[in-house]
Design a protein around this ligand. Structure first.
Ligand SMILES: [Zn+2]
Ligand SMILES: [Zn+2]
Length: 333
């Protein structure tokens, strides 16, 4: 049984307002496990919920420690990351350990189910992935949206190329773009270029080991272009820079539609557009290795620890660009 009797959680009221409640912890619903949240990172996608308001506790990049187990969940005391898709476990995709492709997805933790901007979180057992002992929690959290999503997209991209990815351009050096750069270098992709209109973000990409792209005008330069900004002009640039037979990894999320324009360039370019979602559990073991080689460096370059009670101010600084990848932690440091 858990010793704590109360749980403080954050609630998005809309228009950037965050409120908090502290409630008596109720018994865990049968079938769920309870974790104590150790780390919950802020994600660019949370900004949409911050603006609109959220019906559940947000926060979906979570590392925690199991305090009450359940059938099929790791035992109490195990450190875990939370896999956000709540999958059925029974469909064709789930049986192949491709739960991110579940045909009967119930929803996402932190989106349709209470997430990690809280002290405690109740989680379906299939969403708990144990963390290896040698990987600290502030690195393990990068296994989710940052390394997990990036590695899955690069693996799908590599399948389009006869001998894997030899040169890559990353457009947009926010947390995910910087994750794509780190993963690409960890995978041994020989040439990794980056571009961002923001000089300091581009500087972070260079610090991680990417080369600043010089020429964004000439066509047919890159085998694979990861478009991580979601901005319409960047999507157009990606279409020009990709070489024949190449691939565009369409990772950037915005409210703008993806457009396949009726231009001669678009009509006459033989290429792939790759859209990916999150990552399958079958890739996690390899992703721990990628984190072992490049995770601490990315953490030291982009992450800032903050407290749950400061969440509204932390989001303001995240939106202003003061913080690249802040995360809340309950650990005393
Ligand atoms: Zn996210
Ligand atoms: Zn399924």
């Amino acid at each position: 049984m858990t010793e704590a009797i109360t749980n403080t959680s954050a609630h998005f009221q809309g228009s950037g307002v965050v409120s908090f409640t502290t409630e008596q912890l109720r018994d865990v619903r049968p079938g769920l496990a309870r974790i104590r949240v150790d780390v919950c990172a802020l994600c660019g996608s949370d900004k949409r919920l911050l603006a609109s308001g959220a019906a559940v506790v947000p926060g979906h990049e979570v590392v925690g420690t199991v305090v009450e187990s359940a059938p099929g969940a790791p035992e109490a005391g195990t450190r875990v990351v939370v896999f956000i898709p709540v999958s059925c476990g029974e469909c064709k995709a789930c049986l192949e350990h491709q739960n991110n492709r579940c045909y009967n997805l119930e929803g996402l933790m932190g989106w349709q189910f209470d997430g990690g901007f809280a002290e405690y979180m109740d989680v379906p057992p299939q969403c708990l992935i144990p963390v290896p002992d040698d990987i600290p929690s502030d690195v393990a959290v990068l296994a989710l949206d940052t390394f997990g999503t990036a590695a899955h997209a690069l693996r799908l991209g590599a399948r389009t190329q006869p001998v894997g990815i030899q040169n890559l351009l990353v457009i947009g050096c926010g947390p995910l773009g910087l994750g794509v750069i780190s993963v690409a270098l960890a995978m041994g992709i020989p040439s990794v270029h980056a571009w961002d209109p923001n000089e300091s973000r581009l500087g972070l990409a260079q610090k991680l080991g990417a080369t600043a792209a010089r020429d964004l005008e000439s066509i047919n330069q890159y085998q694979v272009v990861a478009e991580v900004s979601g901005a319409e002009p960047a999507r157009a640039t990606a279409q020009n820079l990709v070489e024949p037979g190449g691939a565009i990894l369409a990772l950037g999320e915005s409210n703008d539609p993806y457009v396949m324009p009726a231009t001669p360039r678009w009509r006459r370019t033989d290429c792939f557009t790759v859209r990916s979602f999150y990552f399958p559990p079958s890739e996690v073991a390899d992703n721990w290795d990628l984190l072992r080689s490049h995770g601490a460096r990315l953490r030291d370059t982009i992450m800032t620890p903050t407290r749950l009670g400061d969440l509204e101010e932390t989001f303001t600084r995240f939106l202003d660009g003061d913080f690249v990848k802040p995360y809340i932690t309950h650990e005393e440091n």
